[in-house]
Design a protein around this ligand. Structure first.
Ligand code: GN1
Ligand code: MG
Length: 354
């Protein structure tokens, strides 16, 4: 790692480095240099992200565009170039990149209502600032990531292979997923017909992918840009709701605890629309609740597929954890159906106030 650092244009010589953050995919280190400059060094996981050069090109384009829009320099991640001018360095086929550390910032693993609101402000601002960026210039770092019908095809394959003999005991969950198969086309159909625009999307809109000002707890910027790619804004909204407006952990075993917190939902709607409401189309606004359902369905189906396939994608720390995760998503989906009118009304009211 010392040797890879010499390939970047750092201010001063690296003095210390320590593990940093809580990401599960890339390896991240905080590097301190003589003279006081601080950097974030990341090793890119090329098993998950198979085309690191195209991924880095995406990040260059997006951070370049954002830096022309922010007033606070902390409003965007800043890449530190390598000495050869590229935005990354390669050593023994391993890919590395360096960001400037965002000064006086803090990252949270769980949200209070006001932090959740601020995270919505940040993701909405990200959407708004990139609304004039031509999304087709970005590559898909994980192809067909939120193409829910394609996820169904993978689900059907996992079920028919049944590699671990688990199909029989999850028959009710399989049936539940199948009930939604025609619904699963809703957003991709609207995308194909041009009724929903393809935009620059983040694809991992959780609270821990936002940096906050350490003093004021105001959102500064969005981080974890590896999955930034062309997609639907409603899915970014939906994934944030799926994760942040549920009253229970993603792997909760007591399904009675899984509720949709409508107050948190409303909080996120208001924060999100405060920064990107005017750049979304009428159809996008109308489809926001569908995005929440779609991401919940898709994620639950991905967990269930992975359980059936033997836990090959989502890391587990106990047996049946992916099944538990799938069940919480299905419980949340039922909650959304039960509160469907309210979910729509909350968006309509917030949109009217724009
Ligand atoms: C994965 O790695 P993490 O936890 O940020 C997944 C998301 C899922 C999420 C469910 C690249 O995100 O799509 O919503 O798990 N990311 C990828 O917890 O597949
Ligand atoms: Mg992250």
């Amino acid at each position: 790692m010392q040797s890879v650092l010499t390939r970047f244009a750092l201010e001063g010589a690296p003095v210390t480095s320590e593990p940093f953050g809580s990401g599960h995919i890339n390896g991240t280190q905080l590097v301190r240099c003589s003279g006081g400059a601080e950097y974030v060094l990341q090793h890119i996981n090329t098993t998950v992200f198979r085309e690191p050069e195209r991924l880095m090109r995406n990040i260059e384009l997006v951070t370049g565009h954002l830096s022309g829009k922010v007033s606070d320099p902390r409003g965007v991640l800043r890449l530190v170039p390598a000495l050869d001018g590229r935005s990354f360095a390669v050593e023994d086929d391993e890919y590395w990149r360096v960001y400037e550390l965002v000064p006086d910032s803090v990252c949270y693993q769980s949200a209070t209502p006001s932090l959740f609101y601020e995270s919505a402000v940040a993701f909405g601002r990200f959407q708004n600032q990139l609304a004039d960026f031509p999304a087709e210039q970005l590559s898909e770092t994980i192809p067909l990531f939120h193409d829910t019908p394609t996820r169904y095809a993978a689900f059907h394959r996992a079920v028919s292979e049944d590699a671990f003999d688990r199909r029989a005991e999850v028959a009710p969950e399989i049936d539940f997923v199948l009930e939604f198969e025609s619904f699963s086309h809703t957003l991709t159909d609207l995308q194909r017909s041009g009724e929903l625009p393809v935009r620059v999307t983040h694809n991992d809109t959780k609270i821990n992918n936002v940096l906050f000002d350490a003093k004021t707890d105001k959102a500064l910027c969005v981080i974890d840009l590896d999955t930034v790619m062309p997609g639907l804004a409603v899915n970014d909204f939906g994934d944030a709701i799926r994760f942040g407006a549920s009253t229970a952990a993603e792997d909760e075993r007591d399904l009675g605890r899984v509720r949709l917190d409508l107050a948190l939902y409303e909080t996120y709607v208001k924060g999100y629309l405060s920064t990107c409401g005017t750049s979304l189309t009428k159809q996008e606004l109308a489809m926001l609740p569908v995005g929440a359902k779609m991401m919940t369905l898709e994620c639950g189906m991905r967990f269930l597929s992975d359980h059936i396939a033997g836990d090959v994608y989502f890391h587990i720390s106990r047996q049946r954890q992916n099944l538990d995760r799938a069940r919480t998503q299905f419980a949340l989906l039922k909650e959304m159906d039960a509160h469907w009118d309210a979910m729509r009304r909350i968006v309509e009211e917030a949109a009217r106030a724009l």
